[in-house]
Design a protein around this ligand. Structure first.
Ligand code: PLP
Length: 393
């Protein structure tokens, strides 16, 4: 019996455990210190009332034999696919129901999709990056090339014609940098993918934070993307589903490689390895798109967006270089005085009792950068800004 030796090549993930240990140690030596956490990537507001009501109704249906549901369609119930179809339709993207696959969140499908690709493929990943892209490919033994995201390109790398990649990860708005691609930027990637027979895996988990109408919220806003891209999206950040679990994946019917339909392969993969998202959860997710659900969801998003504005205003005032904050819940700032990101972490914790996330945890290009998030409490975020200005002003 042999184990998958590729697991030995996965870097240990010390980022959040090290942060937790450092904060706990500081708390022990400074009891009662008013620590504010701006490192959190999870939502904090509860599910919208319309979602709760729909889930309660679905639960009642499950308690009556006539309306009870057992196994559902692996690809998701039509009522939720139709709601997602309309969500894209209002933006002029005409999806077919068969192109929409309901998932238990973007993370699972971002990893699962790799079943469709040969291990011989070369994968192109931005640095810094959401760590799951790298780890899932490393587990499978794929060759990974990194593209530099840095201050020079605004943390939005563009294709390099001399690099030959087969699978490309793009995340916009990005975690951790908060940077969001323009239409021209995404078009350059679509053109590259079409010219190189590559496939773009587009992570749109934060699209709901885009307010600027000039910025694309889906790769399918770009002509030709239906022949070279798969999109992953989620109710996690949009509607607070991080613990409830629901998302969706778009695999276009027009997407073919080596004469094979990736849509048909994905359908086969899902019906073989996945038994669908719970009916109750899908009912709750569909309620997000109801008029009340949308209004309540937007209210929660506005709360986070206001936090992002409070933080970005403070960085503007301090003259600190950053990306994100607008069209994103993340702010990615350059550590002052060339400080290394862990040193800046300690500096903030010890002198302002603030916790953020050191950029070094997301790749080598994050070594001198730091991530703050807008998912915290409003009053705490305002207090954090007062302390930031006092310390760095
Ligand atoms: N993609 C990115 C870029 C993320 O930051 C996250 C979660 O933080 C996910 C995907 C995972 O989302 P989900 O909760 O839908 O699995």
């Amino acid at each position: 019996m042999k184990v998958n030796r590729n697991f030995q090549n996965i870097a240990d993930s010390y980022l959040f455990s090290t942060i937790a240990r450092k904060v706990a140690e500081y708390g022990e030596s400074h009891p009662g210190a008013p620590i504010i956490r701006l490192g959190i990537g999870d939502v904090t507001l509860p599910l919208a009332p319309a979602v709760i009501e729909a889930m309660q109704q679905a639960l009642c249906e499950m308690s009556v034999q006539k309306s009870f549901k057992g196994y559902g369609p692996e690809q998701g119930y039509l009522f939720l696919k139709e709601a997602i179809h309309n969500y894209y339709g209002v933006r002029g993207i005409a999806l077919k129901a068969d192109e929409i696959f309901i998932s238990d969140g973007a993370k699972s499908d971002l990893g699962n999709i790799l079943d469709l690709f040969s291990v011989d493929n070369t994968v192109l990943v931005p640095d810094p990056v959401y760590p799951a892209y790298v780890d899932t490919n490393t587990m499978a033994g794929r060759k990974i090339l990194f593209m530099d995201a840095n201050e020079g390109n605004g943390f939005l790398p563009l294709p390099d014609a001399s690099v030959k990649a087969d699978v490309i990860y793009l995340c916009s708005p990005n975690n951790p940098t908060g940077a969001a691609y323009s239409r021209d930027g995404l078009k350059a990637w679509v053109d590259y993918a079409l010219a190189n027979d590559a496939v773009i895996l587009f992570d749109a988990a934060y699209e709901c934070f885009i307010e600027d109408p000039a910025l694309p919220r889906s790769i399918f806003e770009i002509e030709g993307a239906e022949r070279c891209a798969i999109e992953f999206c989620s109710f996690s950040k949009m509607a607070g589903f991080t613990g409830t679990r629901c998302g969706w994946t778009i695999v276009p019917l027009a997407l073919e490689r080596e004469g094979a339909s990736l849509n048909k392969m994905w359908l086969r993969r899902q019906t073989t390895k996945f038994n669908g998202v719970p009916y109750i959860v899908q009912k709750g997710a569909a309620a997000v798109f109801s008029p009340e659900g949308m209004q309540q969801t937007q209210q929660n998003l506005s709360y986070y967006k206001e936090n992002a504005k409070v933080l970005s205003d403070a960085l503007d005032e301090l003259g600190i270089w950053y990306t994100g904050g607008k069209n994103s819940p993340y702010l990615w700032l350059k550590c002052p005085d060339g400080m290394e990101s862990w040193a800046f972490f300690d500096h903030l914790l010890e002198n302002a009792n603030l916790v953020g996330t050191p950029g070094a945890g997301f790749g080598k290009n994050g070594a001198n950068f730091f991530r703050l998030t807008a998912f915290g409490d409003k009053a705490a975020t305002r207090e954090a800004v007062v302390r930031l200005k006092k310390l760095l002003g």
